[in-house]
Design a protein around this ligand. Structure first.
Ligand SMILES: Cc1cc2nc3c(=O)[nH]c(=O)nc-3n(C[C@H](O)[C@H](O)[C@H](O)COP(=O)(O)O)c2cc1C
Length: 195
């Protein structure tokens, strides 16, 4: 029997794509070593980007090495996200440099490129047995101040990262149930057309 979160795909895809999902429950007894974190950022590093600007920046709040940093990033999350993310081993803020380093002009693709880097990081994390959930539910000003993020960098997303844990540790019933609900997607015909 397969895990309920494994994607039930209409067409064949590589296993790591099928296996990726966004957990809220993490195993708090398993820190994510800095060597492992380096592997994740290495994967992000090799993402493609417009003009090879590599506009992403990652700010790491590891509860095991910086309780203060972790508390500051957690405080930027909205209440719903705090309720489960407070038990994550690591929080990571992904930020985008919205100005081209070379020309100083606006980088129209900064968020897009940062998303691609996060996607690479996520796939690497999945392949190593880690879980990751991205969050847009946070206060941008709090994140900017708490993480000492200066313009031209903008906060894009905060990620909770760790080894997946038991759902029953989650305080919220809906969140507990969400850990085993099958994942649903629109059919390809809804978003692909040929010209
Ligand atoms: C940009 C972005 C923002 C998200 N924001 C939140 C969030 O604030 N809180 C949350 O619990 N999940 C959040 N998610 C997770 C999505 O709800 C999740 O990816 C989606 O339901 C699909 O589930 P799956 O990743 O398990 O396939 C976010 C995901 C992305 C990519």
């Amino acid at each position: 029997m397969s895990h309920p979160k494994i994607a039930n795909t209409d067409h064949d895809v590589i296993d790591v794509i099928r296996a990726r999902w966004s957990p809220r429950a993490f195993d708090l007894s398993r820190p994510v070593s800095h060597d492992v974190q380096k592997q994740l950022f290495e994967a992000a590093r090799w993402a493609p980007s417009s003009a090879n600007e590599q506009p992403w920046q990652f700010i790491v709040a590891d509860r095991f090495t910086s309780a203060d940093g972790f508390a500051a990033m957690l405080a930027a999350l909205n209440e719903g996200n705090q309720s489960w993310a407070q038990y994550a081993p690591v929080l990571v803020l992904a930020a985008a440099r919205i100005e081209m380093e070379k020309s100083g002009r606006p980088n129209q693709h900064a968020w897009y490129d940062t998303g691609q880097a996060v996607s690479m990081l996520t796939i690497q994390a999945t392949s190593m047995g880690l879980g990751l959930r991205q969050m847009a539910g946070f206060d941008r000003d709090k994140a900017q101040i708490g993480c000492r993020l200066e313009p031209p960098f903008e906060p894009v997303v905060i990620m909770a990262l760790g080894y997946p844990g038991a759902p029953d540790a989650l305080p919220n019933e809906k969140h507990r149930a969400g850990e085993t609900q099958p994942r649903a997607r629109r059919p390809i015909a809804d978003f692909v057309r040929y010209v």
